[in-house]
Design a binder for this molecule. Structure first.
Ligand SMILES: [Zn+2]
Length: 130
């Protein structure tokens, strides 16, 4: 199996670079390989003992049942249960690819950090009532 995926990142000059790397299939981290996730409104609704009293056992059953009425197709894997992820083992065997891939992961970390900072800022602003 020699699947590849494209990774796009920006280099220091702000140029968009597309990197093609070997990929492998991995169980989707979002739905845990179920292909379904609870729909948005239910997803962040923690199941509490209050619910236990309020709702009948059918609700409880559906809530915990994957693929039940509260589930929607997983947006991450599109219901396929698996995701193509960079095959780091194969990448590391190729010096040139490894160097390129490292640049990509660095960029990705920077992005994640920037996002986290932005979110923290938003939270602060909300708390201050702006
Ligand atoms: Zn998924």
């Amino acid at each position: 199996m020699s699947d590849t995926i494209e990774l796009t990142y920006e280099n220091d000059e702000g140029e968009e670079i597309t990197l093609v790397v070997p990929s492998k299939m991995e169980v989707c981290h979002d739905c845990g390989g179920h292909g379904f996730v609870l729909n948005e409104s239910m997803r962040y609704h923690a199941y509490t003992s209050e619910d236990e009293e309020m709702h009948d056992p059918e609700f409880r059953e559906e809530y915990f049942k994957r693929g039940g009425i509260y589930d929607v197709q997983c947006p991450t894997c599109k219901g396929k249960n698996v995701l193509a992820v960079p095959d780091e083992e194969t990448i590391n065997k190729n010096e040139k690819l490894k160097a390129e891939y490292e640049k990509y992961t660095e960029w990705q970390e920077e992005q994640a950090q920037a996002d986290a900072e932005y979110e923290a800022e938003c939270r602060m602003e909300r708390m201050m009532g702006c």
